[in-house]
Design a binder for this molecule. Sequence first.
Ligand code: NAD
Length: 475
Amino acid sequence: MSVSMPQTVFQQLIDGKLEDSPKSFDVIDPSTGEPFARAPNASREQLDRAVAAARRAQREWAARTPQARREALHAFAASLRAQANEIATVLTREQGKPLADAQREVLGAAALIEGASTIEIEPELLESSRGVQRQVRFRPVGVVGAIAPWNAPIILSSSKVVEALQAGNCMVLKPSPYTPLATLMLGEIAARTLPRGVLNVLSGSDDFGSWMTSHPGIDLVSFTGSCATGKRVAAAAAQGLKRIILELGGNDAAIVLADADVQAITPKLIAAAFENTGQICMAIKRLYVHESLYSELCDALVKHTAKVHVGSGFEPNVTMGPLQNRMQYDRVLELIEDARARGATFLTGGRALQRPGYFVAPTLVTNVAEGVRLVDEEQFGPVLPILPFRDEEDAIARANASRYGLSGSVWTRDLAHGQALAAKLEVGTAWVNKHLAPSPDAPFGGAKESGIGRIGAKFGARAYMEPQVIDAVAL
Ligand code: NAD
C-alpha cells in the first residue's frame, strides 16, 4: 500500500543547524523489503562537532532553573504533538508498526516528556546544627551519548531526552540505522524549540555507536538495545570510566495460576505477547500455564489469535505489522524451524506469509520446553511458547532460570497470593494480572543481564545525575 511521505529529505541536527552528511545509507520499508528513503551517515568529524557543541551548551543549560528547562522541553513536546501525524507516518514506513500504534507512540512520547520534566530532584539535608551544614545535592553528569534501538525509536529516545535534559545535561542522540528517520524529525523539532547544542541528533552506523562510547567528550552513555551490544558498550565505556545506563533484552515469563479467569486474561496475554509484532523488550516471551487449565487456555489463545490482522502498517484495520528488518525476520524463522525440528507443535502460525516484506504469522507453540532455543532465547517476534506446569514453585524456578531479568507476571484471582509469587521473580518489574504495563511513577529496568540502572520517575532523573556533598562548618 503506497502512502505519500510527509517529507523526503532528512537531516541531522548539529550545534543548532540541520545538515547532511557526505555519505548516506538506504532505509528499508519492512512491509516491502525495498528501500524508500536515504539517511545521512554521520562522520567522525560530525560527531566531534556535535560533542563539542553539547559541551559548550551544557553549562548555560545547567545554570537555567529547572522551570526554564521544563518550559523548553514542553515547547519541544508541543511541537511533537502538533506534528504527530507526520512523524507517525514516517515511523510506520520505516518501522512497520500499524499507523494507530505509531500515532500512540508519538503522542505517548509527548505526554512522557511533559510528565517526566515535572520531576525535581531536591538536595537532601544531612545535618543542620551547631554551625554545621551538610547536604547532598545532585549535579548533571555533563554530556550524554544516547543510543537507541529500532523497535520503539520515538518513545525510547524521548525518555532519554527528557530525563537527561531536565537534569541539566546536553545530549548527542543516535537512532538505530534501521529506523533513523522519525528520530531525525525530533532533531528538526529541537532546532526550533531548544537552545543550540543542547540536543544533537545524528544518524550513523553501528560503528558510529562505538565512536560515541569511546569519545572522550561523552560522560554518560545511555544505551537501549540487545544484551550482546550492551556488553560491548559497557566494555568501551569502562575505558573512560563513563557512567552507563543499559536497558537491554528480556525473556519475560508470564505465569498463569490454576484459578485464573481464562476468558478475561486471554486478550491481555495476546496483546502483551504480540504487540509491535512481539518486538518489545518486556513482551511476554514464555507463557507458563497451570496444567488444569492448559488446554482451555490454549484453545482460547488460538481463537483470539485468529483475530490478529497482519499487514502493512498503513492497511485499514491492521493490528500487526511485519518484523522490522531482514536480520530479525531470518532469526525468528530460524527459531521456528529449530523448535519444529525439536518436535514442537504449532497451534497456529509457524510460517512466513507469502508476500513481500518481513511478515511472520502470529504463532503459538506447544510441546516445547527449556533447552529449546525458542524458550531459552529472546525471540523478539510473534512466536509464543506455551509451557504447562503443575507446581507453582517449579514455575517460578523455571521462570527464573534465565540470564535475563527484565520483567514478568503472575495471573490469578488471588491478588495477595499473586503478589507474593511475583516477589519471587528475579526481575526489575513483576506485574500481577497485567504485563507490558510500565507506570510513569515507577522505575523501570532490568535485573541480571537485562540491564544496569533504572529509568523512569525519580530513579530515571537520578540516573543522569552525580551526587555531590557540600559539607560546611562555621569558623
Ligand atoms: P542492537 O543492540 O543491535 O542496537 C541498538 C543500538 O546500538 C543501535 O543504534 C545500533 O546502531 C547501536 N550499536 C550497535 N553496535 C554498537 C556498538 N558496538 N557500540 C555502540 N552502539 C552500537 O539492538 P536492536 O536490535 O536495535 O534492539 C533490539 C534489542 O533491544 C532487544 O534485545 C530488546 O529487548 C532491546 N530493548 C530493550 C529495551 C529496554 O528498555 N530494556 C527497550 C527496547 C529494546
